[in-house]
Design a protein around this ligand. Structure first.
Ligand code: 5GP
Ligand code: MG
Length: 173
């Protein structure tokens, strides 16, 4: 059994403020396409992209799954939604929710490179640096966090908790 921590790890105000900075950095880097990884980064992508507010910027989605209803990554990454993706020759910003072991991001970048984009940079809302297993880094990071399982702001546990506006730690009871 799990329960939410007594207070949010990151509040809505902290997220909003950090996204202002991230958005201006991303705007300056001039991407053609934001490629967002469903489902965990849907709120992050919506909030960040509205702060970038660039009429030329395209938004596309793919899905990656490695977690069942557990809090541990299984290391195998299933990617879907690649069929209709048109990224050849484009400058891509890949957005995911969390960089944990790095398995997901590494698999995504390797797969996307085969579609011959002009470039790929990566952006994550949260980075758990201490958890890294494979060589992988993000070019843009919202917040560095410790090795704790988090939910809210799009992030789930067993498909629940996504709609919370803040980021919370899930504690075992
Ligand atoms: P990795 O492949 O880097 O180990 O895991 C990345 C994926 O695992 C993330 O995209 C996210 O879906 C999931 N994940 C990793 N840590 C957490 C966490 O603390 N909370 C939630 N909800 N998902 C996580
Ligand atoms: Mg994910």
């Amino acid at each position: 059994m799990y329960k939410l921590s007594s207070a949010p790890l990151v509040t809505s105000q902290q997220i909003d403020k950090r996204l202002d900075t991230l958005a201006s950095e991303i705007k300056a880097a001039d991407f053609d396409v934001i490629l967002s990884v469903l489902t965990g980064s849907y709120i992050f992508t919506a909030d960040l992209s509205r702060k970038i507010a660039d009429t030329e910027l395209e938004i596309a989605f793919i899905k990656a799954s490695s977690y069942g209803d557990s809090t541990e990554s299984k290391g195998t990454v299933k990617i879907s939604g690649l069929e209709k993706l048109d990224i050849k020759g484009k400058r891509i910003l890949l957005i995911d929710d969390i960089l944990d072991t790095g398995n997901t991001m590494k698999a995504l970048v390797e797969t996307l490179l085969k579609l011959e984009p002009a470039s790929i940079k990566t952006c994550v809302l949260l980075n758990k640096e201490s958890r890294r297993v494979v060589d992988c880094h993000a070019d843009f990071v919202g917040f560095e966090i410790e090795d704790k399982f988090v939910v809210g702001y799009g992030l789930d546990y067993a498909s629940k908790y996504r709609t919370l506006p803040e980021i919370w730690t899930l504690e075992e009871v």
